[in-house]
Design a protein around this ligand. Structure first.
Ligand SMILES: [Zn+2]
Length: 593
C-alpha cells in the first residue's frame, strides 16, 4: 500500500505543514489507495516467478515515455552482458515466436492457463526444443525474419524451464531482458509489478524542471507566447520547489521533467503515478496500470513530442489533449488546463509516486494577468484554411493531391491548408505540404497523388517521399488505381512522388583470409538502401538456402555457414532486395571442406 503521508509548502509563512488535517484531501488519497488495492486484488501475486536468476534490477519501467510509444513492460538488467539464462515465469506453452532485426528482436511469448501471456524480448538465442522448431521453420519457409503463432500442443513449457539466453537483438540500446505481462485474449499490457515481482525500491522520484506552456490564442506566460522553464530546487526536507513564479495571461498547462530510480545507482525510469493538485482538487492524473496495444502512440501526446524527438528531453505534459484517449489518464478529472485568476497568486502541487509508494512532491505558483496578446482571441481557421478536429474525419484535395484524415488521427485541433510548390529536381510531382511533422499523428492515413505521365515500366518503382520531425526522408510504398498513386503516411508535412530505381548497397566486412571456409564460420555484411528501405535478403551456398541474421541498428547481416550446407567448391551469394524490388547481389567463390 503506498504511503499517503505527505507535506505541502505553505507559501504564506514559509513553513511546512502536514496536509493530513485537510480531511477531503486525505479522502482523495484514500480513494487512490483504495482503487490500487482493488486493482491489485485482480492479479495473482505469486503465480509468476522472476525470469532471471539474479536479483531484479530495472533499467526501464512500465509505460515509460519512449519515442512514439509507451514502454510495454519492464527492462531487467543483465549485468551489461548477453547470454544470461532466461526462464519461463510459469507453466504454459509457446504461443508466438518472433525473429526480427527490429523491435523486440528474437522474442518469445508464453501463454499461461490463467489467461496471461509473458513476453521475453531482445533474446540472443532460443534453447531446445524452441531452437530446433525455429530453425526448421526458417528452412521450410526460406525466410530469415519470422512471426510464428503456435498451438497449445506445439511447445509446452514448465515453470522455471530454461527458454533462451538474454541478448541485445532488435531495437535494444544495450544487453537486457524486456519482460511483459499481457492479457492473452485482449493483448492488453499490464504493469508487471502488480504480479508481485520483488524489486528493491527505496528511492523517491526526482524533480528536474518544469515548463509553463501558454495554451490557446493570445495566451502569454511571463509576457511571451512561448513556454517558460522553471527549475526545481530541493530543500533539506526533500520537498521540491520551482525556482520562480510565473505570470499567466489566459490559459496554460504545465509539463514536468521527473524520473524515478529504484536504487541511487540505477538508470532513470518513468513515473508510476503523477498528480497535479490545486487546493482540494486533483486536476490531472496519470497512472501506469494497464493499456491496450493500440494506445501505445498516445505517448506522443502525453510527452512534449518536439522536446523528446529533437532534444531527447522527456517532459510529462499534465494536459490531456482532446484526442488523447489513453486510459492511463483519468478522464473524470479536468483536462489540466489552468486559468490562473487575475491578480491572484495560486499554488499548485505535483505529486510523483513510484510503484512501491515512494513519493515526491513539488510545488509552483502562477499568478493571472490580464495582458493577452491583442487581436489574437479567435481559434477559428483563417481564410482558405481547414480545421482538423481530433475525433472527426476530414478529406482535403487540391491540384493532384488528396489526403483523408480518419477520426483520431491527431490529438489537438489544427487549422491548416494544402500548400503547393515545385518538387525537388528528380521528383515526379509537385511538393504538397499540410501541417508539420512536429505535430504527432496517431495512425496511418491515406495520401494519394495523381500522376499521369509516369511510364508504365516505372510505375512499380514509384514511392511517396515525406519528411519526419528530424528532417529525415521517409519513403511510403503504394499501389496504383488508374492514374492515382495511393499510399499511407504517419506524419504530416511535405509529400512528393519520386522514383526508386537504385539497388541497395552491400559490402562484406573485412576480407576472407583464404577461400577455404569452415562450416560454422560467420561472414558479416553491411547493407543499406537509400530510399524505400531493405525489405528482404537471402544467402545461398550454391543452391542451399542459408539463414541470415539481420540487425537493423548496426545495418549488419550475419551469415553463419550452416552444418547442412553443401561441401566442396561453392559460390556464396548474398541477395538483398529493397521495398520496390531493386536487387543487389554479392558473389564469393569458396571451398567448404
Ligand atoms: Zn523494454
Amino acid at each position: 500500500m503506498p504511503k499517503v503521508l505527505f507535506r505541502f509548502f505553505d507559501g504564506e509563512n514559509r513553513t511546512y505543514k502536514h496536509r493530513l488535517r485537510h480531511v477531503p484531501f486525505v479522502f482523495v488519497l484514500s480513494l487512490i489507495a483504495l482503487s490500487q488495492s482493488v486493482a491489485q486484488s485482480r492479479f495473482p501475486r505469486d503465480y509468476f516467478t522472476s525470469p532471471i536468476d539474479t536479483p531484479l534490477k530495472l533499467s526501464g519501467g512500465f509505460a515509460e515515455l519512449r519515442n512514439n510509444h509507451l514502454h510495454g513492460g519492464l527492462d531487467f538488467r543483465t549485468g551489461g552482458e548477453e547470454g544470461r539464462p532466461i526462464y519461463a515465469a510459469a507453466d504454459g506453452y509457446v504461443g508466438r515466436i518472433r525473429v526480427s532485426g527490429h523491435g523486440y528482436g528474437n522474442c518469445l511469448y508464453i501463454n499461461h492457463p490463467i489467461g496471461y501471456t509473458t513476453v521475453y524480448g531482445h533474446l540472443l538465442s532460443f534453447e531446445e526444443p524452441i531452437r530446433s522448431w525455429v530453425n526448421r521453420r526458417h528452412h521450410e519457409l526460406q525466410e530469415n525474419e519470422l512471426d510464428l503463432w503456435l498451438k497449445e500442443d506445439d511447445i509446452p513449457v514448465r515453470k522455471d524451464q530454461l527458454l533462451a539466453l538474454s541478448g541485445n537483438t532488435g531495437a535494444s540500446g544495450g544487453p537486457h531482458l524486456h519482460f511483459e505481462i499481457r492479457h492473452t485474449e485482449t493483448e492488453e499490457l499490464i504493469n508487471p509489478h502488480w504480479f508481485g515481482l520483488q524489486v528493491a525500491d527505496h528511492v523517491r522520484p526526482t524533480f528536474d524542471c518544469m515548463e509553463v506552456v501558454p495554451l490557446g490564442p493570445g495566451s502569454l506566460v511571463g509576457g511571451k507566447p512561448s513556454p517558460l522553464r522553471l527549475q526545481f530546487l530541493q530543500d533539506s526536507t526533500g520537498f521540491w520547489r520551482a525556482n520562480k513564479e510565473a505570470k499567466v495571461a489566459g490559459a496554460c498547462y504545465v509539463q514536468v521533467k521527473v524520473w524515478d530510480k529504484h536504487t541511487e545507482n540505477e538508470l532513470r525510469q518513468g513515473i508510476y503515478q503523477l498528480l497535479l493538485i490545486q487546493g482540494l482538487d486533483t486536476l490531472y492524473a496519470f497512472k501506469a496500470d494497464r493499456y491496450a496495444h493500440s494506445e501505445t502512440r498516445y505517448a506522443n501526446s502525453v510527452m512534449d513530442y518536439e522536446a523528446k524527438m529533437l532534444n531527447n528531453e522527456t517532459f510529462y505534459r499534465m494536459f490531456r489533449s482532446p484526442g488523447n484517449h489513453l486510459r492511463l489518464l483519468n478522464t473524470e478529472l479536468s483536462n489540466g488546463i489552468l486559468y490562473p485568476k487575475v491578480g491572484v497568486k495560486t499554488q499548485y502541487q505535483i505529486i510523483a509516486t513510484d510503484f512501491y509508494g515512494n513519493q515526491s512532491e513539488g510545488s509552483f505558483f502562477l499568478t493571472g494577468s490580464q495582458n493577452l496578446t491583442p487581436g489574437l482571441k479567435s481559434a477559428a481557421p483563417h481564410r482558405f484554411e481547414s480545421q482538423i478536429l481530433p475525433d472527426r474525419a476530414l478529406n482535403l484535395e487540391q491540384d493532384n493531391f488528396r489526403i483523408h484524415l480518419p477520426p483520431g488521427t491527431i490529438y489537438d485541433t489544427l487549422n491548416t491548408r494544402i500548400s503547393i510548390r515545385a518538387g525537388p529536381a528528380s521528383s515526379l510531382s509537385s511538393e504538397y505540404r499540410i501541417g508539420s511533422p512536429r505535430i504527432p499523428v496517431h495512425h496511418y492515413f491515406p495520401v494519394s497523388f495523381r500522376a499521369q505521365h509516369v511510364p508504365k515500366s516505372l510505375k512499380n518503382k514509384v514511392v511517396a517521399i515525406g519528411t519526419n520531425i528530424k528532417g529525415v526522408q521517409v519513403a511510403h510504398m503504394g499501389t496504383w488505381k488508374g492514374e492515382w498513386f495511393e499510399t499511407k503516411a504517419r506524419q504530416l508535412g511535405s509529400f512528393y512522388l519520386a522514383l526508386d530505381t537504385i539497388a541497395p548497397h552491400i559490402s562484406m566486412q573485412g576480407k576472407l583470409k583464404s577461400d577455404t571456409l569452415q562450416i560454422g564460420s560467420s561472414l558479416f555484411f553491411t547493407c543499406s538502401d537509400a530510399r524505400s528501405g531493405i525489405k528482404n535478403f537471402h544467402f545461398y551456398v550454391g543452391e542451399f538456402w542459408n539463414k541470415l541474421i539481420w540487425d537493423a541498428k548496426s545495418t549488419t547481416l550475419t551469415a553463419r555457414i550452416d552444418e547442412n550446407a553443401p561441401r566442396g567448391n561453392q559460390m556464396l551469394c548474398l541477395l538483398v532486395i529493397d521495398a520496390v524490388g531493386n536487387e543487389a547481389n554479392l558473389k564469393i567463390p569458396v571451398f567448404i571442406p
